[in-house]
Design a protein around this ligand. Structure first.
Ligand code: MTE
Ligand code: HPA
Ligand code: MOS
Length: 768
């Protein structure tokens, strides 16, 4: 069915349905992990954390902790019955530090008590003697000392060195890109309940229940079959709960195994921010050769990222960074060097965009520099370097860009946002004003969809139809606010021809759908939508066969829609057909399995096709900056974003708006700051500033590209939308840079985030 036929049918797919839990969210009845009924014997867990960035643990005296009011038990590394590891890919991170601590905030012990307050108070009473060691506190120091969590990688095409030296013009620059805390509203949490005969039931606020199941099993010396992990919803994750929720779940489970009682570990905001990983901050050096038209001849990048103490997801994050340091641009001659630095800070992890934003930020900076050097409109230089159609269309990692709609998106946005006229108006404004300065920028996004590790691109679903014609839906995806569950329910509703209200959307549960990948890489609806469609289609096929038999018609004469089934001249309710089928012993339950087609990527040779397709978008941002204080405001944003044939335009619009605002926070106000002792000083909303409603642009125009069906056979030709819009916010940064650039100095050295302080530093630096 195409979009028009679906509309005629009152189909669910393509409709702007509200989030399935919207009524529960707004009335406070949506149960997050901490809202679940507490078992009668529940204990609360707190964690004792390292006070040092790098030290040998000389002695740990927990006697006062054990003596404290309400305390039932404590646990140290040596008490762990199974494997003391929470590293998701490389086994290089301990759940509880055994001999050495490597960052301030690292978990050393856990304590279980009758109340949360008792546990948290007791955790402060440990007497720990440290033998301090030299810490490495930033990526550049790590590079100098060859301190890496993983080997460095390089990706080269053409002859960049020759292309750069042979180019008419050349520029070099070092850029720093800040990290970012996920700042989900619900902090990390897990509750574990013992089941009979050694079983464990783990509720976890996790994007990856399967990984929680496996890591909990290993830590508690069990097998996967003995552990079930359930997650109905997450109060925001943004990548922060892709790998690191497992650590929290492991600690809760360890205390459950020791005490034989249910245990809950809930981090408070400060502990969450100190103890769990964030977006990687980067230092990037680039060296670019270009011609007078602004076209890049060759470019060399050297990236150093702060990975923290362990590999965690830093390998794939930095790989994705390398895949996206072209953004929308054809780079003929390019060299990308990527250092994955080991620092004595918390282990950094996934965050919306997963390295993509940092790679794209670097190339956009270079492009902006080229334009400013040549005195051209940066948009001209961007367009000049865009991937071509049928030529100049092979990426530096060998994938051909087959679905390029950069020109279409840019043309539409340039017109809709009235870019030309407003650029002139900005120039006019700046001539007339000395203190307030305006700036405007249009930046594009091209984002690769699929996990870059090919094997992760698989999903499963489980669909039951009950005798009354209602439907139980499960799949391996997790709901973190992005609207995945309603989208998949829409797909199943249309497949069975029933209303969405006939479907009960159920929690992710490892005992229902096994071996699921994390809900990440924006692929949740692509993969789970297909898996659920396949499961529902199996049932529909059985029902079709049955109806054809029962009513003596051809299978092609059987049709489902609007809660009814027609078979030749007969029509009946879906529920009636289901009753009849049940009576005739037709199976009404099915699993679905999907694996993304076409992709294959060989990391060892950096060749193949890591991405099924690309998602595109572009944004124009206009800002005003007070050049005496560095204060700034976004005055207008225009976005054109490509969601393919949207499964649910309401959800997608929310993702585009939310992603953009979160990206703007990353590049303007959110600043992580560690002191010389390696202590994070920005671990609460008082010192770490995320955008609020009042930071929204007063004029915020978001358009989802129409008639933009995905060229690949995705679920209803939709496109993934979770991460790509985040990177539209790079336009905010360049609008600020545009505002503070002057004729005398068109190249301000502005670091990200462009806080008022950073803006003032850049302005100061421009003075002769
Ligand atoms: N939207 C909300 N409301 N909350 C979140 O935690 N996470 C983002 C994005 N949008 C997130 C969100 C990230 S990092 C990803 S990878 C995708 O959602 C994951 O969900 P999807 O694959 O279903 O889009
Ligand atoms: N994106 C997000 N999460 C991931 C990826 C990816 O490409 N690979 C492994 N985890
Ligand atoms: Mo998203 S960073 O892939 O969880």
């Amino acid at each position: 069915m195409d979009a028009t036929a679906r509309k005629a049918r009152k189909a669910a797919v393509g409709t702007a349905l509200p989030h399935d839990s919207a009524h529960l969210h707004v009335s406070g009845r949506a149960a997050y992990t901490d809202d679940l009924p507490e078992p009668r014997d529940l204990l609360h867990v707190a964690v004792g954390m390292s006070a040092k960035a790098h030290a040998r643990l000389r002695s740990i005296d927990l006697s006062d902790v054990l003596d404290a009011e309400g305390v039932v038990d404590v646990c140290l590394a040596a008490d762990i019955p199974g494997e003391n590891n929470c590293g998701p890919i490389v086994h290089d991170e301990e759940i509880l530090a055994a001999d050495t601590v490597e960052y301030v905030g690292q978990a050393i012990f856990a304590v279980a008590a009758r109340t949360v307050e008792q546990a948290r108070r007791a955790a402060q009473l440990a007497k720990i003697e440290y033998e301090e060691l030299e810490p490495i506190l930033d990526p550049l120091a790590a590079v100098e000392k060859d301190s890496f969590v993983l080997p460095s990688e390089t990706l080269t095409r053409g002859d960049p060195a020759a292309a750069i030296t042979g180019a008419p013009r050349r520029l070099q620059r070092r850029i720093t890109i800040g990290g970012q805390d996920q700042f989900y509203l619900e902090g990390h949490i897990s509750m574990c309940t013992p089941q009979e005969d050694g079983g464990l039931l783990v509720y976890s606020s996790t994007q990856h229940p399967d990984e929680v199941q496996h890591l909990v099993a290993k830590a508690t010396a069990r097998a996967a079959k003995d552990v079930v992990c359930i997650c109905r919803r997450i109060g925001g994750a943004f990548g922060g709960k892709e790998s690191q929720a497992a650590t929290i779940a492991c600690i809760a489970a360890l205390m459950t195994v020791r005490t034989g009682r249910s245990c809950k570990l809930r981090l408070d905001r400060d502990v969450d921010m100190i103890m769990t990983g964030k977006r990687h901050d980067f230092v990037v050096d680039y060296d670019v050769g270009f011609d007078e038209t602004g076209r890049i001849r060759g470019i060399d990048f050297s990236f150093a990222s702060r990975c923290g103490i362990s590999a965690d997801l830093s390998g794939p994050v930095n790989d994705r960074m390398m895949f996206h340091s072209d953004n929308a641009y054809f780079l003929d001659n390019v060299n990308i060097e990527s250092h994955r630095c080991k620092t004595n800070t918390v282990s950094n992890t996934a965050f919306r965009g997963f390295g993509g934003p940092q790679g794209m930020f670097a190339i956009e900076y270079a492009i902006d520099d080229i334009a400013r050097t040549l005195g051209m409109d940066p948009l001209e230089v961007r367009r000049r370097n865009y991937y071509g159609v049928g030529e100049r269309d092979v990426t530096h990692y060998g994938q051909t860009v087959e679905d390029n709609i950069l020109d279409l998106v840019t043309d539409k946005l340039e017109t809709d946002a009235d870019y030309r006229r407003r650029r002139a108006a900005v120039r006019e404004f700046n001539r007339a004003n000395t203190v307030l300065k305006r700036g405007i920028a249009l930046t594009p996004v091209k984002f690769g969809i699929s996990f870059t590790s090919t094997h992760l691109n698989q999903a499963g679903a489980l669909v039951h139809v009950y005798r009354d014609g209602t439907v139980h839906l499960n799949h391996g995806g997790t709901e973190m606010g992005q609207g995945l569950y309603i989208k998949v329910a829409q797909v199943v509703a249309d497949e069975l021809g029933v209303p969405v209200s006939a479907i009960r959307i159920n929690a992710a549960d490892t005992s229902k759908v096994p071996n699921a990948s994390a809900t990440a890489a924006s692929s949740g609806s692509d993969m789970n939508g297909k898996a659920a469609q396949i499961a529902a289609r199996k049932i529909r096929t059985r029902l079709t066969e049955f109806a054809a038999r029962h009513f003596s018609v051809n299978e092609s004469a059987v049709d489902f829609g609007d809660g009814r089934v027609s078979a030749g001249t007969e029509t009946l309710d879906f529920a009636e057909l289901v009753q009849l089928a049940w009576f005739e012993r037709v199976s009404l339950s099915a699993t679905g399995f999907y694996k993304t087609p076409k992709i294959n990527y060989d990391r060892s040779t950096s060749s193949g096709r890591p991405f099924f397709y690309y998602a595109y978008g572009a944004a124009v941002t206009e800002v005003v900056v007070d050049t005496l204080t560095g204060e700034n405001r976004i005055v207008r944003v225009d976005i054109v974003h490509d969601c393919g044939d949207s499964l649910n335009p309401a959800m997608d619009l929310g993702q585009v708006e939310g992603g953009f605002v979160q990206g703007a926070g990353w590049l303007t106000s959110e600043e992580l700051w560690w002191n010389d002792a390696g202590e994070l000083q920005t671990h609460a909303p008082s010192t770490y500033k995320i955008p609020t409603c009042s930071d929204l642009a007063p004029e915020f125009n978001v358009t989802l590209l129409e008639n933009a069906a995905n060229r690949e056979d995705t679920i209803y030709r939709s496109k993934a939308v979770g991460e790509p819009p985040f990177m539209l916010a790079i336009s905010v940064f360049h609008a600020i840079r545009d505002a503070i650039a002057t004729d005398g100095n068109p190249l301000p050295a502005l670091d990200a985030p462009a806080t008022p302080e950073a803006i003032l530093r850049a302005i100061e630096g421009m003075k002769p």
